[in-house]
Design a protein around this ligand. Structure first.
Ligand code: GLC
Length: 742
């Protein structure tokens, strides 16, 4: 029996058609002023609702507030919008929840060192729960700018230098923040930022010019954003930076052609703070009216902090320079985000619906994240792990050994240092009365230039079996607008290391830092180096667990460590070049003969005063055991343009204790329509191996995985010969090869 079909299309009651109908219905009721009101994000904060803000909300002139985290005030803001404005449209409440809210996880660069998407997702989920309990429904994270210049302070907020790793972990953060259901309590809208190319700021100086050829933009800087869009990210933030002469906040190539037309993004685009007003400062417009026109035309839906839209969009429409349809499209993106968040149905926050801020399980997760973020860079003569049984005494030296605030890192507006446990505390708790702990700061801060604390530090070292130094940078030395032109250890830290080295004691260096540091002079003087980044609330216990072998380090570098600042930019997936440096051609400046004939030295790509290799390559990280790879193989031996291949290798734990290894898959396209990098990460797996265990690791590759943007700036797949590696670092040599065939 065929049921009579209702000839009228039934009103949708769910799904995207229903959502779009709700948007259309609301839009039809809105005046132009109310539409433009939705496009304004207004600074708030301080736990109160100023009269001017209340009035603006009542008049429908505010679509979002930023920086209010007092839940009673947030509920009052929402109540004012919902019950006292004409159409009752709830507010987006934005906050930078970058690597935790009250419970602070390692900085994103540290989390990236875990190479663990599930761990990163959990951290974002916990951060979302804590932030949502204070009424926040929108975070300005993940920051997924590819960063290859550690002079740039914002590398601390990034997930490192590689598009594949950044895309994988950035998408995990999106899933963590937004959950399975964006409208559920505890889910908040994520915001992929800063679109796009911000990490290429010239000289690593924040807010500086970026010049990125479109091919490089598409092959390196955009893939993580496309991955975030594919993961369903609710919003995108534009960058402050000038991109090839057109500031990102007014750049129709990236905001319209790529983001909307090519990727089909239907979420919300928000400017960065004041970045629309700054279009005139760039010299791209003559003033706010033109800035409003350029940013709105490019498709920036919401203006953060500055008020060019509020002041000029209506007159631009009345003057016929902007259509109401274009305004409607932008306002629809905002309303769609609010509907997806469920704000029209549940605009108010009930903290009792969410776990407590800094709940024990949150702190435990932060500790575990810190353990997996630690990277063992050097461990000569196996000075690590330390043994509380055999040690009589340990010296804990440095200004960062016992600072509950500094270990939290940058971008921790709501981080609560009362939950911090420092390394000194954790070491004391761990060893108890079995080992005597001698503590000295050595220098007051990492920037200090006096030596008044050296004697205490040397004395502590002389009284101890081993010296553990906590050195690096305070949180203020990285993050937004916190850049350094020389990324050696600041202040007198190297002199302190020299003084401690003179004692002849085993030296362990624990780096607390927001960026790679140039340690060429330092590394030969110490026996072990652990990079702890800024490890967050429970960084102390995590460091103690690794130092004393309770945990074996498993972190791998998400970013290259240069030997000296002058090598920057230096990164693993560089181009081959026509005359690469080689062991045969490299000559050190000190070895050049007097009056050497011009062509007798050099002639290939290297600097005279430093070896052309990095100090530590992308993907590097040691364990307390050792791993070996062999038998890399491809099955089938050729990849058909419509097929799939499996790349496998054997990995063996060749040591006497269990450990976790991150097996990494790299490819090289030997000949391309444009030159291709010498290696590109295309897969990774964390693999736990018991002592002496041997296991097969396998990855699949498709032609799509090997596609890239060629000369025509279109994505192409080209037949040809590929090299493929599986190993524990980007400098792996365990290689096979295959042909991609037509
Ligand atoms: C800042 C940052 C951006 C942040 C925003 C709101 O200037 O560039 O990452 O989300 O303003 O605080």
């Amino acid at each position: 029996m065929t049921e009579s079909m209702d000839t009228e299309q039934a009103e949708p009651t769910s799904g995207s058609a229903f959502l779009e109908e709700r948007i259309r219905t609301l839009l039809q009721q809105m005046t132009l002023e109310e539409k433009i009101g939705q496009m304004a994000q207004v600074p708030s904060g301080g736990g109160h609702l100023p009269h001017h803000l209340r009035e603006a909300i009542q008049r429908g002139q505010v679509g979002s507030v930023i920086n209010e985290v007092d839940v009673a005030t947030v509920n009052e803001l929402q109540r004012t919008a919902v019950e006292e404005s004409r159409l009752g449209i709830p507010l987006l409440v934005g906050r930078d929840v970058i690597h935790g809210f009250a419970t602070v996880f390692p900085i994103p660069l540290g989390q990236a060192a875990s190479w663990n998407p599930r761990l990163v997702e959990l951290g974002a989920r916990i951060a979302a729960h804590e932030a949502a309990s204070r009424g926040v429904n929108w975070t300005f994270a993940p920051m997924i700018d590819i960063s290859r210049d550690p002079r740039w302070g914002r590398i601390a907020e990034s997930l490192g230098e590689d598009p594949f790793l950044t895309g994988s972990l950035g998408s995990a953060m999106v899933r963590g923040f937004q959950g399975e259901d964006l409208s559920a309590p505890g889910s908040i809208a994520a915001c992929a930022k800063h679109f796009a190319g911000y990490g290429a700021s010239e000289s690593g100086k924040d807010y500086n010019t970026t010049n990125i050829p479109e091919g490089e933009l598409r092959n390196v800087y955009l893939p993580p954003f496309q991955a975030a869009v594919d993961a369903g990210v609710a919003s995108i933030m534009t960058s402050f930076s000038d991109l090839n002469g057109v500031p990102a906040t007014a750049n129709t190539l990236i905001l319209q052609q790529i983001l909307r037309d090519e990727w089909g993004f239907d979420g919300l685009v928000v400017s960065d703070w004041d970045s629309i007003h700054q279009l005139a400062v760039h010299g791209f417009t003559a003033g706010d009216r033109d800035s409003a026109f350029e940013a709105a035309t490019a498709g920036v839906d919401m203006e953060m902090a500055s008020q060019t839209y509020a002041h000029h969009l209506a007159s631009l429409v009345h003057d016929g320079r902007m259509t109401i349809e274009h305004i409607d499209t932008m306002v629809s993106n905002i309303l769609r985000t609010k509907f997806r968040l469920g704000l029209f149905d549940t605009p108010y926050t009930d903290p009792s619906m969410l776990p407590d801020i800094a709940a024990p399980e949150h702190l435990a997760a932060a500790r575990h994240a810190a353990v997996e973020s630690l990277v063992l860079l050097k461990n000569d003569v196996r000075v690590l792990p330390l043994s509380a049984e055999s040690l009589a005494s340990v010296a804990v030296i440095g200004p960062l050994a016992d600072d509950p605030q500094e270990q939290l890192g940058t971008w921790i507006f709501d981080g609560d240092a009362r939950h911090s446990v420092t390394a000194l505390q954790a070491i004391r708790d761990m060893v108890g009365d079995r080992v005597t702990v001698h503590h000295a700061r050595g220098v007051d801060t990492t920037r200090s230039h006096d030596r008044s604390g050296f004697d205490d530090a040397v004395r502590a070292a002389e009284q101890s079996d081993v010296v553990v130094m906590f050195l690096g940078e305070e949180a203020i030395l990285s993050g937004e607008a916190h850049c350094r032109a020389d990324i050696a250890l600041p202040g007198n830290q190297e002199a302190l290391i020299d003084a401690l080295a003179a004692t002849g004691k085993p030296l362990v260096l624990v780096l607390m830092t927001g960026r790679p540091l140039a340690l060429e002079r330092v590394v030969p003087k110490v026996h072990a180096v652990v990079c702890a980044w800024h490890p967050g609330s429970l960084g102390g216990p995590a460091i103690a667990d690794v130092l004393f072998g309770v945990e074996s380090p498993s972190g791998k570098l998400p970013v290259t460590f240069p030997r000296v600042t002058g090598q920057i930019p230096i990164y693993y997936s560089h181009k081959h070049g026509g005359k690469p440096g080689t062991p045969e051609t490299f000559v050190h400046i000190d070895d050049i003969q007097a009056r050497a004939p011009q062509l007798s030295v050099g002639n290939t790509s290297f600097h005279f005063d430093v070896h052309y290799s990095p100090l530590y390559p992308f993907g590097h990280g040691l364990s307390y055991t050792t791993f070996e790879y062999d038998s890399v193989r491809v099955d089938p031996p050729e990849l058909a343009v419509s097929g799939t291949i499996t790349v496998s290798a054997e990995v063996t734990n060749t040591g006497d204790r269990d450990g976790t290894e991150v097996a990494q898959l790299y490819v090289r396209d030997l000949v391309g329509n444009v030159t291709r990098p010498v290696k590109e990460l295309k897969g990774f797996q964390r693999v736990f191996l018991a002592a002496y265990e041997r296991r097969t690791v396998s990855f699949t590759l498709t032609p799509e995985d090997l596609s890239f943007f060629g000369r025509a700036n279109t994505r192409i797949v080209e037949p040809g010969r590929f090299h493929v590696w599986i190993g524990g670092s980007s400098d792996t040599q365990t290689r096979a090869e295959f042909d991609l065939t037509d």
